[in-house]
Design a protein around this ligand. Structure first.
Ligand SMILES: NC(=O)C1=CN([C@@H]2O[C@H](COP(=O)(O)OP(=O)(O)OC[C@H]3O[C@@H](n4cnc5c(N)ncnc54)[C@H](OP(=O)(O)O)[C@@H]3O)[C@@H](O)[C@H]2O)[C@@H](O)CC1
Ligand SMILES: Nc1ncnc2c1ncn2[C@@H]1O[C@H](COP(=O)(O)OP(=O)(O)O)[C@@H](O)[C@H]1O
Ligand SMILES: [K+]
Length: 498
């Protein structure tokens, strides 16, 4: 599992480091990493570092300082380096001096011969002839999107971009973007990932993220967010052992669908069938359809007759009327962990007295999309982590907020994020598949927060495998939820082999 630290946490750790290591030395370490990764990218894209042109976009603070020191190092490796200063009066003095000593050139963004956009001729030339651009416009102190001159310069870049710490224009805390921002090929960050590398538009605009060690190590506190690695999910995925039988791996009850809309039942039950080797019970009006599609499911007409289960997956397609409410009340009273999705969430929003049916010690997972979240607690807003955390605490639930980046908050404040590099699961019914997956993992006794993380991970990978069908990343075809469901075993195999 990877940690993600807030800018405040990183700054506090840096302050502790400065007590033993001088600040300029820490910055040199950061800059050296930027230079080394930039040289590697240059070699990959142009075959060499020496003789290539690197342009530094340099803002008003230490982020620009990192870029300037990195430029000095690249100059020593034989690259031609030009720094374009966006705030000439505030450019990091020691970095600037180092670059000049190494033979680098310095120009002002709005220097002589400025065009109608306010960009000087030398700056335009430096950006256009670059083989690589280093974005040192702004880092942890960023507020808002790129300012006009920086935005104009960035828009003229055609070369690959290496972002120092984070892509400029992205909010460091939320990853949100509300105007122009750098779209980096690679981000070199320091000490640990920041939220903007895994949340919102920032997760995509960061490109590949490498974490350089600048000695923060033991000074970093418990991370603010966590990200599961594929290998974590693969290693922890429950599979049968020699002494297992169908009961020992957990029995999940699925209460979903209706006679008119049996699809949700088929998708959620099918997902539970494929997630683990335990047993799946279905209870609801779509029993015949579920039985014919998934003969291994033990199906009954009502939750009252379902028999014993270790968890419930409830909600998709149950309706928001009296019968849906009774189904939800019944599973809450069971005292088993419950994954409540779709109509269950609307039912909770309509009738908060439903919470009274809950056994206090049984975990409840809620899996809203943005619209369902709004019914529960108002608009999500730009800070999705804060929104999910607040409701998880308020309602004592594990809250899984759906979207391109899935955010999973536990009542104790822990947050997992599952950033996605694609949007293939954005198709009707794919949420029903997620509900079945979570329900099946809950039945195994897994920690509900982790169960949600595992499910979100396998779900996104299944969608990707189904969409790509073995083709390259650019050649996927749209899929429906049935294809996502069919790809679940392949996704679990892939995760278990990492
Ligand atoms: N401490 C250390 O030793 C280490 C620090 N490290 C590095 O320092 C970085 C943090 O540096 P920092 O705190 O100096 O601020 P930084 O992010 O460069 O911003 C500077 C100024 O930019 C401005 N600005 C704000 N928003 C803007 C926008 N949208 N577009 C344009 N400009 C904008 C705003 O000034 P304003 O113009 O508003 O007065 C702001 O004050 C960190 O990310 C890492 O790279 C590493 O070397 C490791 C060791
Ligand atoms: N743009 C997107 N990128 C990646 N995943 C997405 C995107 N939009 C939705 N998803 C995922 O697809 C699923 C959709 O669930 P949901 O909205 O409940 O759909 P439905 O109700 O049709 O089943 C969730 O797992 C969600 O995280
Ligand atoms: K930057």
């Amino acid at each position: 599992m990877q940690g993600v630290w807030t800018p405040d946490q990183i700054r506090a750790a840096e302050r502790s480091v400065f007590a033993r290591t001088p600040e300029p030395l820490v910055m040199r370490r950061a800059a050296f990493a930027v230079a080394a990764h930039s040289a590697r990218l240059l070699a990959e894209t142009t075959g060499a570092t020496a003789g290539r042109h690197v342009t530094l976009l340099v803002g008003a603070g230490n982020n620009g300082g990192d870029a300037l020191w990195a430029g000095a190092e690249l100059r020593r490796r034989g690259a031609g380096v030009t720094a374009v200063l966006l705030a000439p009066d505030k450019a990091h003095p020691a970095g600037l001096a180092a670059l000049r000593r190494a033979g680098g050139r310095v120009v002002e963004a709005s220097g002589p011969g400025a065009d109608t956009a306010g960009i000087g001729a030398a700056a335009t030339d430096a950006v256009q002839r670059a083989d690589l651009v280093i974005d040192g416009i702004v880092g942890l102190s960023a507020r808002g999107s790129l300012r006009p001159v920086a935005a104009e310069l960035v828009a003229r870049v055609e070369a690959p971009i290496v972002a120092v710490d984070l892509p400029s224009g992205v909010d460091p805390i939320t990853g949100a973007v509300d105007g122009p921002a750098v779209d980096a090929d690679l981000t070199v960050t320091f000490g640990g990932r920041k939220p903007c590398h895994v949340l919102g538009a920032g997760a995509v605009l960061s490109g590949s993220v490498v974490v350089a060690d600048i000695g923060l190590g033991d000074d970093l506190p418990e991370p603010d967010l966590h990200v599961l690695e594929p290998s974590d999910v693969g290693a922890g995925w429950p599979v049968p052992g020699a002494s297992d039988d169908k009961y020992s791996q957990g029995v999940v009850g699925v209460a979903a669908g209706s006679a008119t809309y049996p699809g949700a039942a088929v998708l959620a039950a099918g997902s539970a069938v494929q997630a683990t080797s335990g047993m799946v019970r279905y209870a609801g009006p779509a029993a015949d359809v579920v039985r014919s599609r998934w003969p291994e499911v033990v199906a009954t007409g009502s939750v009252a007759d379902a028999g014993r289960v270790q968890s419930w997956a409830v909600g998709p397609g149950i309706g928001t009327g009296a019968s849906g409410r009774e189904v939800l009340r019944h599973v809450l009273e069971s005292g088993r962990p419950v994954c409540a999705d779709a109509d269950s969430i609307t039912l909770f929003a309509q009738d908060p007295t439903l919470w009274d049916a809950r056994e206090p010690d049984a975990a409840v997972v809620l899996t809203p999309h943005a619209g369902e979240f709004e019914r529960l607690a108002g608009e999500v807003g730009p800070d999705r982590v804060a929104a999910a955390r607040e409701v998880a605490r308020r309602d004592d639930v594990v809250l899984l907020l759906k979207g391109n980046t899935t955010v999973i908050a536990a009542p104790d404040g822990r947050v997992l994020v599952n950033p996605s590099t694609h949007a293939w699961p954005a198709t009707a019914g794919s949420g029903d598949v997620l509900t079945g997956l979570i329900g099946a993992l809950l039945a195994t006794g897994m920690d509900p927060w982790l169960a949600c993380g595992f499910a979100a991970h396998a779900h996104a990978l299944a969608a990707e495998l189904a969409a790509l069908g073995g083709a390259g990343e650019e050649a996927g075809a749209p899929i429906g939820a049935s294809a996502l469901l069919a790809a679940l075993p392949a996704a679990i195999r892939t995760l278990r082999s990492t």
